[in-house]
Design a protein around this ligand. Structure first.
Ligand SMILES: Cc1cc2nc3c(=O)[nH]c(=O)nc-3n(C[C@H](O)[C@H](O)[C@H](O)COP(=O)(O)O)c2cc1C
Length: 189
């Protein structure tokens, strides 16, 4: 068993979007990240998710939609606040939106949504293994109807997350984890 891989799983931390810079994954690395993202358990082979990739100017082009969407959150927002909110995707060189896209199926909706969560986590792991930082965020816009419509989401779709990706300018401190005794019980009499 690879000790490097084990170390990765035991130490991986999200990187704050405040500390995410260039360089960004190459096109080849991005394809690897997306391939690993799509390599998740998917009951019934429904492919109940899809990706929207924002990099380069696409991050700025989304600014007017973020700005208009924020008005729904706060109709009294100042121009300065609207400017700030419109720049959310500019915080990292690469942002991958993971859209939960459930199908009509005998397989439960819940399972299809869980699969989208697994996609997000796989993208985070792949990104870190390639030497970059990642952070899985939803923030206000993932739940904003104007934003979702502007992004082209269908009614049954939802945003599983936006994975912000870049090169970390500093390492995060360890975060407290639950002790196993708090969360594990062993079945049997
Ligand atoms: C579905 C989902 C949405 C999240 N959205 C946010 C968010 O909007 N803002 C935030 O600060 N953290 C959010 N987080 C938390 C971060 O992704 C991350 O869990 C946290 O920074 C620490 O993660 P780590 O222990 O893997 O480093 C979200 C996590 C999940 C699973």
């Amino acid at each position: 068993m690879s000790t490097a891989l084990l170390k990765h799983f035991l130490t991986r931390r999200s990187v704050s979007v405040r500390h995410m810079n260039e360089p960004t994954p190459s096109e080849t690395e991005l394809k690897t990240i997306l391939k690993i993202g799509a390599r998740v358990p998917d009951h019934g082979k429904l492919v109940p998710w899809r990706f929207i990739v924002f990099q380069g100017t696409a991050r700025e082009e989304i600014a007017p939609l973020l700005r208009d969407s924020y008005v729904l959150e706060d109709p009294y927002a100042t121009e300065a606040k609207l400017d700030l909110e419109s720049q959310r995707f500019m915080r990292a060189p690469l942002v991958i939106g993971v859209i939960s896209s459930p199908r009509e199926s005998k397989h439960p909706l819940w399972e299809q949504q869980l699969s989208a969560g697994a996609v997000c986590m796989n993208i985070c792991h792949a990104t870190h293994v390639l030497g970059y930082g990642a952070n899985w965020l939803t923030e206000w816009y993932s739940y904003n109807d104007h934003f979702k419509e502007g992004l082209g989401l269908e009614d049954q779709e939802a945003i599983a997350g936006f994975i912000y990706i870049g090169t970390p300018s500093c390492t995060n401190e360890e975060r407290e984890r639950p002790s196993l005794s708090e969360i594990v019980e062993y079945g049997g009499l």
